[in-house]
Write a protein that binds this ligand. Structure first.
Ligand code: ADP
Length: 399
């Protein structure tokens, strides 16, 4: 068959990330190109690499380039680069599917409007995700679009795991419940476990997605049971610029004691807390690990402490533990953070293999470790491509 292509978009407030996947057999997707336009609204830059990792575009863009212009630039590049090829579909990462969207969905104008209802639940991400869908409707009229949600994988939690213990009526009216995020990453990891780590694939696993955004997911037999993120992606473990769990009384105090506005507090919670807030230096784990500053060290200590504490809580939910998986920027690249988290989990039966961890082997625990630990690179884009292909009937079988 002739090659078929799908475009995968992850549109954020300051960046548009995209991947193009190709299939020639209708059975699996192969990455053809991957790129981003970062720095939207400040100093935008287009960067694209091919499947071999070679740079095929790298240029500064006009300062005025925002989300919509970024899509114009991408459309133009696609039309040149894939002249004659038919784009079969566009898959989007959409952060919030609320209670209704329990799996990926083909988006029409009505669905798009319905998804806008969820903007208050994810004000920093959802509008950009949805604007990208609208912009694609305008630019590629006949190309079907699929929305894949970060919340869907968690929509099988028990009611008790979803509860937010505020007055019932308010929770019902406002949709206040523990939704959970990073679902596409956890779903991808869960989908590859039978191949990569078959001995734990049907067991009790904690996946630690440790990036700039970070959360942990408890998985039993491939299904999400609970996770550290909650109503918003602010809850759970400490992140690059978000605090993770905080006593709500401390937030009240920001309003009462400092006279801050809602917008001020929102900015503090999403952009100024976490590793950056503690260290006063950076949200980048690499810089903090390399720094001699005592607050940088404290930020790293707090990160490891909270990840370990959350792991203990999720082990309690699972009733034991068979495996731990590290993924995302920090989880995949920092041997030191993995070592420290594994050492803190010695009581659970995790025995790290120092050499395997340093060389970033797939399995990083010793042969006699009761609980195994693994490093598995996440691939949210491929997960979206798989869902898009399946929903659009492009794939004969699940890859
Ligand atoms: P997100 O997708 O949430 O923006 P990523 O998963 O890309 O984040 O992770 C980005 C983070 O990974 C960076 O902030 C950086 O701190 C961290 N990181 C990347 N490489 C390393 C490394 N070698 N050591 C420690 N941290 C790293």
């Amino acid at each position: 068959m002739a090659a078929e292509f799908v475009l995968i978009l992850n549109a954020g407030s300051s960046s548009l990330k995209f991947s193009i996947f190709e299939t020639t057999d209708g059975e699996s997707w192969k990455l053809d190109a991957k790129g981003s336009i970062e720095g939207l609204g400040s100093s935008p830059r287009l960067s694209i690499k091919n499947s071999a990792g070679s740079q095929i575009a790298d240029q500064d863009l006009d300062r005025q380039v925002g989300g919509r212009e970024a899509l114009d630039i991408l459309s133009e590049w696609l039309r040149k680069q894939y002249a004659g090829a038919q784009l079969q579909g566009v898959g989007h990462r959409v952060v919030h599917g609320g209670d209704r969207y329990r799996r990926p969905v083909l988006v029409d104008h009505e669905t798009l409007e319905d998804l806008r209802r969820l903007i208050p639940l994810a004000p920093l991400h959802q509008p950009h995700n949805l604007n990208a869908i609208e912009a694609v409707f305008e630019r590629f009229r006949c190309v079907p679009q699929v929305a894949c949600f970060d919340t869907s994988f968690h929509r099988v939690h028990a009611p008790v795991a979803e509860l937010i213990p505020l007055p019932w009526e308010i929770c019902e009216r406002m949709g206040l419940r523990r939704y959970g995020f990073h679902g596409l990453s956890f779903e991808y990891i869960s989908s590859v476990l039978p191949k990569v780590a078959p001995e734990i694939a049907r067991g009790r696993v904690i996946v630690a997605h440790l990036g700039n955004g970070a959360s942990l997911c408890a998985i039993r037999n491939g299904k999400s049971v609970d996770c550290s993120s909650s109503y918003t992606a602010l809850d759970g473990v400490c992140m690059g610029t978000r605090p993770g769990a905080v006593d709500p009384g401390a937030i009240l105090r920001l309003f009462q004691g400092c006279g801050l506005s809602v917008a001020d507090v929102e900015c503090i919670l999403y952009e100024k807390s976490g590793l950056l807030g503690i260290s006063g230096i950076s949200n980048d784990m690499r810089l903090l690990l390399a720094s001699k500053d005592s607050r940088a060290a404290l930020a790293v200590d707090y990160f490891v402490y909270q990840v370990s504490k959350q792991m203990g809580a999720l082990v309690a939910v699972l009733g034991g533990l068979d495996g731990v998986v590290f993924t995302a920027g920090v989880g995949e690249n920092s041997a030191e953070i993995r070592r420290r988290v594994c050492e803190a989990a010695t009581w659970l039966g995790v025995k790290i293999d120092a050499d395997a961890n340093e060389r970033r082997a797939s399995r990083i625990t010793t042969a006699d470790s009761k609980v195994s630990a693994w490093v598995i690179p996440t691939n949210e884009e491929l997960m979206i491509a798989l869902h898009t292909g399946q929903l659009l009937g492009l794939m004969h079988a699940k890859a």
